[in-house]
Design a protein around this ligand. Structure first.
Ligand SMILES: Cc1cc2nc3c(=O)[nH]c(=O)nc-3n(C[C@H](O)[C@H](O)[C@H](O)COP(=O)(O)OP(=O)(O)OC[C@H]3O[C@@H](n4cnc5c(N)ncnc54)[C@H](O)[C@@H]3O)c2cc1C
Length: 479
């Protein structure tokens, strides 16, 4: 094991190096796990089959920082959500990450739902979210005057907030890289061998990677990775699609808090929430499907969603829609997180992290590290840690165009500057394609959906996207 943290401790960083830990998957869970292990002193390689991080489930979520008020009592999910929430609140200022302190209401629209509010309040208290309380419809409508008068009452959850779904995982992995982790994109782990001490991981197109320990964070493909390399999987992924509607920025003035429905056994249900980017988000649906990659949007579901939203907030009628999109939750046959340790194989699987992974990721990473320490040699935590400052994408904080020297506004819908585009290419983990550029700057995600800025963006990005996937990200050049 490395004793000098994630920094190269004298060994050459050749392809023959044996990493302490290989993290497979660069979703929010993998990024948080890579960061945790680097901070604890491991030499880490993160292997991602996509061209960028957030190529799977983590690219499309509701971005709510959950308190865990409704998580199953005593569950691993609850433990990780609450630990993740706590750690996020401890670190977000250091990374310059944004947080929108919205609070939330679980609103009852029928007598049956109203009767369920006391049990939601009581579960929250059992989960130690003590400030959760029932409010009358009068109180609710004073706080949310644009809600339909048919709201019967609500549970108030003051601690539910909205965060930046993209900058947070990017900041976790950036910190990992700054402190010595290496990232290989286009590295789809397809097979591997374990000799009792070391794994040799193989991909169809890239050189083998050796690591003493593997953490499977492969999201929608976690079960398949276990089957391919361990010969068995304790769980099966059952992709669950969530479709979303993004209303124009004007709609975000219609609500203060996140409006949640009374949940069902299967899903948290359709949410209305402001986004960190200044829009109003509606969704997600919960649709089972076999396909692990196809996240299509259907006109029918979008209309159903909009009808539900207009019933809750009547002024939404006629409000323009900026975009629609869908994400796939890596759900499994069970509601629980599917975390398994294989001591004889130096392997931990973090699977089935369905609906709460953005919040839980930091807590899950700490849990996985705890499990790892029971199985492997101890590591020596870093004593000096580099922390990146992330560019601000949040609408409620000062944006780049508000500061001198930005040269040019490139995307006028989202007010993205040329300086932000340049910085996205110069960053520790640079944008490698247009989606990655969007997630680092907001370019193209506005009302015109790139109609007006695509020509200028094409000029500015010419020859700058890294289509050679053999170019890897390593902390060395940034040290
Ligand atoms: C509709 C929806 C709404 C959500 N809302 C919220 C919310 O409001 N709050 C919240 O906290 N959470 C939310 N979540 C949950 C959160 O987004 C997920 O829990 C999380 O994205 C799962 O992350 P992951 O890292 O496990 O998986 P993924 O993001 O899927 O990451 C796995 C990665 O592994 C890569 N990979 C797969 N196989 C291989 C391989 N063989 N080799 C190399 N790489 C591989 C994939 O390309 C992918 O990038 C939501 C999720 C969805 C879909």
């Amino acid at each position: 094991m490395s004793s000098e943290g994630g920094i190269n401790n004298g060994c050459s960083r050749s392809d023959h190096e044996v990493f302490d830990v290989a993290v497979v998957g660069g979703g929010v869970v993998g990024c948080a796990v890579a960061r945790r292990f680097v901070l604890e002193g491991a030499r880490v390689a993160l292997l991602e089959k996509g061209e960028d991080i957030l190529s799977g489930a983590s690219k499309a979520n509701s971005a709510i920082l959950h308190t865990g008020f409704d998580a199953p009592v005593g569950s691993l999910e609850l433990e990780c959500v609450q630990a993740g929430y706590k750690e996020y609140m401890e670190i977000f200022k250091d990374f310059d990450l944004p947080i929108l302190k919205t609070s939330a209401f679980v609103v009852a629209w029928t007598q049956e739902q109203l009767a369920r509010l006391p049990s939601i309040e009581s579960q929250a208290h059992q989960n130690n979210v003590d400030n959760v309380h029932i409010v009358t419809s009068d109180t609710l409508l004073k706080r949310e005057p644009n809600l339909s008068r048919s709201a019967l009452g609500a549970v108030s959850i003051p601690g539910e907030f909205v965060i930046d779904p993209w900058s947070s995982p990017l900041s976790y992995l950036t910190q990992a890289v700054l402190n010595g982790a290496e990232v290989r994109f286009g590295y789809g782990v397809s097979s591997g061998q374990f000799d009792g001490e070391t794994w040799v991981l193989k991909s169809a197109t890239k050189k083998d990677i050796s690591a003493r320990f593997v953490i499977n964070c492969a999201g929608l493909y976690g079960d398949q990775l276990d089957e391919a390399l361990l010969g068995r999987s304790e769980f099966s992924i059952k992709p669950r699609k969530g479709q979303f509607v993004v209303y124009d920025k004007a709609a975000s003035a219609l609500l203060n808090a996140i409006i949640l429905p009374v949940p069902t056994e299967r899903t948290k249900g359709i949410v209305l929430t402001r986004t960190i980017f200044g829009n109003l988000l509606l969704g997600p649906t919960a649709e089972e499907q076999d396909d692990r990659a196809l996240a299509s949007v259907s006109k029918k579901e979008v209309e159903l969603l909009k009808n539900q939203a207009e019933a809750m907030v009547p002024c939404l009628k006629g409000m323009p829609v900026t975009a629609t999109y869908a994400g796939l939750r890596p759900a499994s046959e069970s509601k629980e997180y599917r975390v398994f340790e294989y001591e004889q194989k130096n392997w931990i699987t973090a699977g089935g992290i369905r609906s709460t992974g953005l919040t839980a990721s930091l807590g899950l990473a700490a849990h996985i590290y705890k499990q790892y320490s029971k199985m492997a040699n101890f590591l020596v935590p870093l004593t000096s840690v580099k922390t990146p400052k992330m560019p601000n994408l949040a609408e409620h904080k000062q944006r780049d165009w508000m500061q001198k020297g930005y040269e040019e506004i490139v995307c006028h819908c989202e007010m993205v500057t040329k300086r932000e585009i340049d910085n996205a290419f110069a960053s520790v983990i640079p944008a490698r394609d247009l989606s990655g550029l969007k997630r680092r700057t907001r370019a193209t995600m506005g009302r015109c959906q790139s109609f007006y800025c695509s020509a200028r963006l094409a000029e500015l990005t010419k020859d700058r996207f890294i289509d050679d996937l053999s170019v890897d990200v390593s902390g060395e050049e940034h040290e």
